[in-house]
Design a protein around this ligand. Structure first.
Ligand SMILES: Cc1ncc(COP(=O)(O)O)c(C=O)c1O
Length: 422
């Protein structure tokens, strides 16, 4: 078995003698065939590339690399992280179903589940991220089809107790889906703790350079779709010539169904060029993640000592509420994202951010460059104060995404901006 550093470079694409060393960009919408019968066969069982709305060799290589890093059986890239979250749920749910979700998830996911899916007839029951098993059990209904959580929640930095959520989900014969964006498979491999499906916004650390928006769904291949609760996996699919996913594809039933039904119909597949750029980011992921964690730890410690700061959330700090879970699931390394509450609330948050010179104020996170964001007035402004608090967000909270500049330069910029607020 290869190590992560090696997988980052070699998984997904192994050139044969005389082929390009670097994964080529196959910039083609379509593929030429000699025989009609062959094309017909591929419509029944897509084992080769047919059309780039649902499969493309460059994207496929990246999918294989990410599946390998996560330890899954297959993956499907999407054109955004939002699309990955949406399809991961729609592959299991339809109108009349319900899902359970930890309230400490990315604001876009919260809105997708609370508002948009509701309009399509899928209800979401939100539970506190620290809910105990009895509380999670209470959220179950007859029609609950899955539980959803986030390894390291954006921006609250709540660490998900993956084993607990997976255990309760499995006791009810439903899968546990987890968004592993902030941790990446370098810091946490959720399948090892019982998660069934992993999703990512690849726009973050995986891409790493703020080049392109993307997402991915990874199938762990271990969930038993034949437990009687998921007839759409075990009975003929009329839209695919009566094909039965569990019979045809076994362990790959979930991810192939997602591609054959949902990617076919929604068409949210990334372009080959985007996958090529994502691959460049992935090649250095295993090197970058520990460095982000090291830099994040240094900045988090500095913030805890600052008189201008009311509170710091960073699960890598031994004083943090989530430190024990961070040790268990992330080996204590909790990325470069640090959140803190500045003294003086909203007003000082804006003043501090407006006075930063090196560090950028931008709607992004997990980038190679250090950046900041004020969730209450930016990404999470659609949430009510009550929902903000449920997601662990204080009005004075600033999300600082520590990049890979020299640590002293980052500290100098923070120090001078703090000096501008009372
Ligand atoms: C944890 C997490 N999941 C999902 C998303 C959505 O991803 P995208 O912006 O790629 O659609 C984000 C975006 O910030 C995120 O941080």
């Amino acid at each position: 078995m290869m190590h992560d550093e090696t997988k980052c470079l070699h998984s997904g694409y192994r050139p044969k003698s005389g082929e390009p060393s670097v994964m080529p960009i196959v910039q083609s919408t379509t593929y030429r065939f000699d025989s009609t019968a062959h094309v017909a066969e591929l419509f029944d069982r897509p084992t080769e590339y047919l059309y780039s709305r649902f499969a493309n060799p460059t994207v496929d290589a990246v999918e294989k690399k990410i599946a390998d890093l996560e330890g899954g059986v297959g993956a499907m890239c999407t054109s955004s992280g939002q699309a990955a979250a949406l399809l991961s749920v729609l592959n299991i749910c339809q109108a009349g179903d319900s899902i359970i979700c930890s309230s400490a998830v990315y604001g876009g996911t919260f809105n997708l589940f609370a508002v948009t899916l509701k309009r399509f007839g899928i209800e979401c029951v939100f539970i506190p991220p620290d809910a105990d098993e009895t509380e999670i059990n209470r959220a179950f209904r007859q029609n609950t089809r899955l539980i959803f959580g986030e390894t390291l929640a954006n921006p609250a930095l709540v660490v998900c107790d993956i084993e607990k959520f997976a255990r309760v989900a499995h006791a009810h014969n439903v899968p546990f889906i987890i968004d592993n964006t902030f941790a990446t498979p370098i810091l946490c491999k959720p399948f090892q703790f019982g998660a069934d499906i992993v999703i990512h916004s690849t726009s973050k650390y995986m891409d790493g350079h703020a080049l392109q928006v993307g997402g991915v769904i990874v199938d762990g291949g271990n969930f038993n779709w034949k437990n009687g609760k998921f007839p759409e996996f075990t009975t003929p699919d009329d839209s695919y010539h009566g094909l039965i996913y569990t019979e045809e594809f076994g362990q790959l039933a979930y991810i192939i169904k997602a591609r054959m039904q949902l990617m076919r119909d929604f068409g949210v597949y990334p372009a080959a060029h985007s996958a090529f750029l994502l691959n460049l980011g992935l090649e250095t992921l295993a090197i970058r993640m520990p460095r982000y964690a090291e830099q994040g730890q240094r900045i988090a410690k500095y913030l805890t000592e600052s008189p201008k700061v009311e509170d710091v959330s960073y699960p890598g700090l031994s004083s943090d509420k989530y430190y024990p879970l961070a040790k268990k699931y992330l080996g204590g390394k909790t990325s470069g994202v640090v959140t803190f509450i500045i003294r003086g609330g909203r007003k000082n948050a804006a003043r501090f951010m407006d006075n930063l010179h090196l560090i950028s104020n931008e709607v992004h996170v997990a980038d190679i460059r250090t950046c900041v964001l004020h969730p209450a007035s930016e990404t999470h402004r659609q949430l009510t104060d009550e929902q903000l608090l449920a997601a662990g967000i204080h009005p004075g909270m600033i999300r600082l995404s520590v990049g890979l500049e020299n640590i002293d330069d980052i500290l100098t910029d923070l120090e001078q901006a703090f000096s501008k607020v009372d």
